[in-house]
Ligand binder design. Structure first.
Ligand code: ADP
Ligand code: MG
Ligand code: MG
Length: 438
């Protein structure tokens, strides 16, 4: 990755790094990545005023009559495409009428992080992006021989996709992300690649870029990479677990040798906050109709979904919503491949801070296999069963409304309710099969 000094002036960076084109990009409320491809000769002006967009043409809760939207690139986010070094990718902040757009996902995360910083907390996150490699039209996994009942860590299936995985990992090595392992995951055709955690904004930008990079490189190999939460109904879905900790400078505030499982009181209050707001958080971590076929799902052919069904936490046990895998961090297992890379961490931070401010008690941790023994637990809250439940929970959540702002909550719930309505108007084969003769 380019150095801070080199990227501050993008015109200069272009010359130094041999960049001919910049992708000035942003992520909208539905997580879609939008961009303009700008020749390096025009980057000087664009760095100052931003690239122009018609906001209504993307999912941002805008009107066709609104003024132009400007994406002002953040030079610190510059990533030179390792497989196409003449192109530089930039995340940007959205501005309209000279003001930051309050509901723009990257702005929301930055504002939430600034708020946390003002009370002495910096959030660090690491995400585990699972994805499927399918044929080009997305109908089947790409490797017919990848058909084991328990395919997790299958060495042969992993190595049959070596060319794609290696190219992706080489890119991350070149970018200095600190990738450290790649594996075949629990579903046939499913993979995961891990890199080091960092400041939550850095991880969010990398998360966006990783998804783009995986798609682009898979495409080069005649395949398709999909992060859809549950593309094949009997197979384990694609999660995007988020590991989280709060820091004050170089000190991990979640670490406490004396705390249970090495987690501090602050960490437990953060968990208390996540438990308090879990159903509303789902609207951002599980933002699609399809997301609810991954959580609350019946057992997959591999034997387990590895996705949560209940608002519970535990130690090193993968059957709950929150796992404490190690001292000094927690793993939220809720997010899926469709999670908005900015809004999901923003919601997690907002809920966690509420937990800290109100010293929310997470209750006792459950050390049971939640899949087999969950029914024995009295009062364990279920996760939302569908997108509409999650949207309604978000509408009602004063914690997230106060922290993330009314423009985001109102715009997001309005657009997502419209999406739910569109889905509900859709006539399914299941309805015909079960209703035709009634
Ligand atoms: P697992 O599969 O056991 O859940 P992975 O190794 O796949 O875990 O992913 C763990 C992620 O957590 C990585 O991105 C790692 O860098 C990140 N991580 C480790 N320590 C912390 C921490 N203190 N805060 C936030 N993220 C962390
Ligand atoms: Mg993992
Ligand atoms: Mg995990």
């Amino acid at each position: 990755m380019a150095t801070e000094l080199a990227t501050a002036d993008l015109k200069h960076a272009a010359k130094e790094l041999g960049i001919k084109y910049f992708l000035i990009s942003y992520v909208d409320l539905f997580g879609a990545l939008r961009a303009k491809l700008v020749p390096a000769t025009a980057i000087g002006g664009m760095q100052k005023s931003g690239a122009g967009f018609a906001g209504f043409a993307t999912w941002l809760d805008m009107s066709p009559a609104d003024a132009d939207l400007f994406a002002v690139p953040d030079p610190q986010s510059l990533i030179q495409l390792p497989w196409k070094p003449e192109v530089g990718w930039l995340a940007s902040d959205l501005v309209m009428n000279d003001e930051l757009v309050a509901q723009a996902p990257r702005n929301v995360l930055k504002t939430t992080m600034l708020g946390a910083d003002s009370v002495g907390y910096q959030m660090k996150t690491g995400v585990e992006c699972e994805f499927f490699l399918t044929n080009a039209d997305g109908t089947k996994i790409s490797d017919a021989a990848d058909n084991a009942t328990k395919p997790c860590y299958d060495q042969s299936a992993l190595m049959r996709r070596y060319e794609v995985i290696k190219e992706l990992c080489d890119c991350m090595l070149a970018l200095g992300w600190g990738p450290y392992q790649n594996d075949h995951e629990d579903a046939n055709g499913q993979f995961e690649m891990n890199w080091d955690f960092d400041d939550a904004l850095v991880t969010a930008d990398r998360h966006v870029f990783f998804k783009y990079m995986a798609r682009a490189i898979a495409e080069k190999h005649g395949l398709r990479a999909t992060f859809m939460p549950k593309p094949f109904i009997d197979l384990t879905g694609s999660g995007c677990h988020m590991h989280t900790s709060l820091w004050a400078g170089d000190t991990n505030l979640f670490e406490d040798e004396a705390g249970e499982l090495g987690l501090s009181d602050l960490g437990y209050n953060f968990i208390g906050g996540l438990i308090h707001s879990a159903d509303a958080i789902c609207a951002f971590t599980n933002p699609t109709v399809n997301s609810y076929k991954r959580i609350n799902a019946p057992r997959t052919v591999s034997g387990a979904t590895w996705a949560p069904n209940t608002v519970t936490y535990t130690g090193n046990n993968r059957t709950h919503m929150i796992r404490i895998p190690d001292a000094g961090r927690l793993e939220l297992r809720l997010p899926d491949g469709a999670a908005n890379p900015y809004l999901a961490p923003a919601a997690v931070l907002a809920a966690g801070l509420d937990g800290i401010q109100n010293q929310r008690d997470p209750g006792k941790r459950l050390d049971i296999n939640m899949y087999t023994d969950g029914h024995k637990v009295r009062g364990a809250k279920k996760l939302p069963l569908n997108l509409l439940d999650a949207i309604r929970a978000l509408e009602k959540s004063s914690v997230l409304r106060n922290a993330l702002g009314a423009p985001l909550i109102n715009g997001y719930t309005k657009l997502k309710t419209e999406e739910w309505d569109a889905y509900s108007r859709h006539l399914t084969q299941w309805e015909r099969d079960n209703t035709l003769d009634i």
